[in-house]
Design a protein around this ligand. Structure first.
Ligand SMILES: [Zn+2]
Length: 285
């Protein structure tokens, strides 16, 4: 999927203008993308709220669980999505960043009966739920998986934005307002997206770089990219079901660099870590 942008709007995407915006960005901006979840029940309900003057909040776009994108504010205009925020010496991220909202209910509670329930009362089936530890926390909690179409749209949009604007930061709301915000949460492959869109452009070599040990260098360029399709996929040190994990299991939708394949296993890199995934749960481009 490729997304194109003309006159600060996504070509072909519905535009539902929100009054909740500031003036035009200053010269050389936006240079950052902030990823959010809506915390709402549906993309439509979130769009309705963000175009309502009473909400005093918006983002530039909302991405639904079917991957569809609705734009609310043109990309040359400050939208009100970040609130009080700071990172790397800058404060007030609205004036630097494009805000992307993904339809997702946010943190779920597990009831004694084993149901997973959103703050607004809806129950979600266990096979859509990820148990993971938030980057700002120490204890595991429950999150609704993002859908593959939704992650593909988010990735395609961020890729187009990086080509169109001088983007050098892709951050979660949870990283610019820690303690106050927990979106997009551990179900969103933020580190993988950042690695792929911001850092990878710095790779200068082509072809695999093998270390003397025969291992692939952590900076080796990938053959291709893929997504994890299982709700949680073991990430192992060797291509064997009993091998040790190299990192916690990867949530559905995690973007991986595929480095090698053999006998039903894909060797992949995620956030600089290299290990093996069962091939049947990796969808490659
Ligand atoms: Zn947010």
């Amino acid at each position: 999927m490729a997304i194109t942008i003309s006159q600060h709007r996504i070509d072909g995407a519905p535009f539902r203008p929100s009054p909740n915006h500031g003036s035009a960005f200053a010269a050389g901006l936006p240079d950052a993308i902030i990823v959010h979840f809506t915390g709402g029940a549906s993309a439509e309900s979130s769009v309705s709220w963000l175009v309502n003057p009473q909400s005093k909040a918006s983002a530039h776009v909302v991405i639904g669980r079917d991957g569809s994108i609705v734009q609310l504010v043109p990309f040359d205009t400050v939208a009100w999505h970040a609130g009080a925020s700071s990172h790397g010496g800058r404060t007030g991220y609205n004036r630097f960043s494009i805000g992307i909202e993904l339809d997702n209910p946010g943190r779920l509670k597990r009831t004694e009966g084993g149901d997973y329930v959103a703050s607004f009362g809806r129950k979600y089936p266990p096979d859509m739920v990820i148990a993971a530890t938030h980057r700002n926390e120490r204890v595991e909690s429950y999150w609704l998986a993002y859908t593959e179409p939704q992650l593909e749209s988010a990735f395609a949009l961020c890729s187009a934005l990086c080509q169109h604007y001088p983007i050098h930061e892709i951050l979660g709301h949870e990283e610019i307002a820690p303690g106050r915000k927990d979106d997009p949460g551990p179900a969103f492959p933020l580190d993988a997206m950042r690695y792929r869109l911001i850092n990878r452009g710095r790779d200068e070599d082509t072809g695999f770089r093998r270390k003397p040990s025969g291992d692939i260098d952590p900076g080796a360029p990938a053959i291709t990219q893929g997504f994890v399709t299982a709700s949680l996929l073991n990430f192992r040190a060797e291509p064997r079901p009993t091998a040790d994990p190299v990192a916690p299991p990867l949530p559905r939708g995690t973007l991986v660099d595929v480095l090698d394949q053999k006998a039903g296993w894909h060797q992949v890199r995620v956030n600089g870590k290299i290990g093996w995934l069962k091939s049947e749960y990796v969808k490659t481009a």
